[in-house]
Design a protein around this ligand. Structure first.
Ligand code: SF4
Ligand code: SF4
Length: 454
């Protein structure tokens, strides 16, 4: 296949690639938010004063597009609280005081899996969501007609600078990743199981090749290290050559894309009955004294994580995730979420906002965009609040990868503008819909009047 890759070559900064994750001692308190997935928030099933153990359910799924939540510590529920999330919204959270014992809940049982339905049910009960960052409930993704699946693509690209938590999962738990792949192979009709890994991780590639060598149809795709290689549509294109059409999903081209850590968590649940209660995270950045990978209970305050690894200086900016797509944490009491794969803390120098200068029409933003969008034109349309133009420019396809901003010599905040432009487009679409409904109602009323007038 002759494919032209678009994207950027950002410095990899995989400083923690050799850091085998250490389990951090349980923090005194965890704060577990109910909205950690795309879709409906979970509903608490515990109240202040209840005693809980590791792996015990504390919140049930709030609907089909949701996931249950389990305690990552043993201890006592202190309260149900309201906390500020990184998206600016308030969310209910369960605050649990740890007893430091990490006693495992005795009611944990391994799921009984006999067919695709019971497999999907087990994935749902496990509480797992897209752990690569997306946060889409995995059971919903897997709840498809198995005959429609031709390729299962395991996302092991880990293309964001700094982050190595997926790499460590593949290196330290390769058997679980392969076991997850075999389960998918068993319950879906895929001919191919491809794990996509960037070629800047040669050791990881070798380990996964060795682990999967006896699995029919299992292949390791060595992908050029180019951001955003791990973007879902980019990965599908670069591993199968297929383009996911606008408005369609991977399953519409016969693909399921699943993150390697998500798969390992599912395999662990099936093997042990322990649901998703903890995360491997990379802690790095210029303010961090000892960058490393650690394992922490979901809900651990970021302040405790940073104190554990040590700081060189007071951080000026702290991110959930990588420098390209990461989101600023609202405060250091904010918790580790199910889909947190890294905490990056930067010092004053690295936290400076770039000063933009006028666009010089060089076209680099178009060249860097994986989808060939035109960020400079989108900026102009956004400034004009021109919804029709934004629709034509297809800003809705923007995956907010940040390649355009990264490559812009004028340092324009293109990705930030794209996010705002999407809101303008949404409003425009709503107005257009309301207008069309009004016109249709008018027409129907006219026709009705015509009928009665006869
Ligand atoms: S990369 Fe920056 S300067 Fe070049 S065309 Fe795009 S917005 Fe303008
Ligand atoms: S326009 Fe969107 S998808 Fe394209 S490079 Fe910029 S952020 Fe990425």
């Amino acid at each position: 296949m002759n494919r032209k890759l678009h994207g950027i070559h950002a410095p990899h900064r995989k400083n923690t690639a050799d850091s085998v994750p250490k389990r951090m001692p349980p923090p005194p308190v965890i704060t577990v938010p109910m909205s950690m997935n795309i879709g409906a928030p979970a509903k608490p099933v515990v109240k202040a004063g209840d005693l809980v153990k590791v792996g015990q359910i504390i919140a049930e799924a709030g609907g089909f597009m949701s996931a249950p939540i389990y305690s990552g510590v043993s201890g006592k529920v202190k309260k149900l609280d309201e906390i500020l999330s990184s998206n600016g919204r308030f969310d209910t959270a369960i605050v649990i005081e740890s007893d430091g014992q990490q006693t495992l809940y005795e009611g944990l049982t391994k799921p009984v899996i006999t067919d695709q339905k019971s497999f999907v049910d087990a994935v749902r009960t496990c509480g797992v969501i897209g752990l690569g960052g997306a946060g889409f409930p995995t059971s919903v993704k897997l709840n498809v007609d198995p005959d429609r699946v031709h390729a299962i693509i395991i996302n092991g690209a880990e293309c964001e600078p700094y982050i190595t938590s997926d790499t460590r999962t593949m290196m330290d738990n390769a058997d679980r990743v392969v076991m997850g792949a075999q389960l998918l192979q068993k319950y879906y009709t895929a001919d191919r199981i491809v794990i996509g890994i960037e070629d800047n991780k040669p050791q990881c590639i070798e380990i996964m090749k060795e682990a999967g060598k006896d699995v029919p149809g299992f292949e390791v795709a060595e992908l050029p290290a180019m951001y955003p290689q791990g973007g879902e549509k980019v990965l599908i294109y670069n591993t199968t050559g297929q383009i996911v059409p606008e408005g369609k999903l991977p399953i519409d081209v016969g693909c399921i894309v699943i993150n390697c850590t998500t798969l390992a968590v599912i395999a662990r649940y099936i093997e042990t009955g322990i649901p998703l209660v903890e995360k491997v995270i990379t802690v790095d950045g210029s303010a961090v004294a000892n960058p490393q990978n650690i394992i922490v209970p979901v809900g651990t305050p970021i302040r405790d994580v940073l104190n554990y690894v040590g700081l060189k200086t007071e951080p000026r900016k702290v991110l959930y995730g990588g420098p390209m797509m990461g989101i600023c944490v609202p405060n250091l009491d904010a918790p580790i979420l199910k889909n947190t794969n890294a905490i990056l803390a930067f010092d004053e120098k690295d936290a400076q906002d770039p000063v933009p200068t006028p666009c010089i029409r060089c076209g680099r933003c178009v060249n860097h965009c994986p989808f060939g969008l035109m960020p400079a034109a989108i900026e102009q349309a956004y400034n004009d609040r021109d919804g029709a133009a934004l629709k034509k420019l297809k800003v809705n396809l923007c995956m907010e990868c940040g390649c355009c901003s990264y490559g812009c010599p004028a340092r324009r905040p293109l990705v930030q503008i794209n996010k705002l432009a999407k809101a303008v487009l949404n409003r425009y679409n709503q107005e257009q819909k309301a207008l069309a409904e009004k016109e249709a109602a008018k027409k129907a009323a006219k026709e009705e009047a015509g009928v009665h007038g006869k």
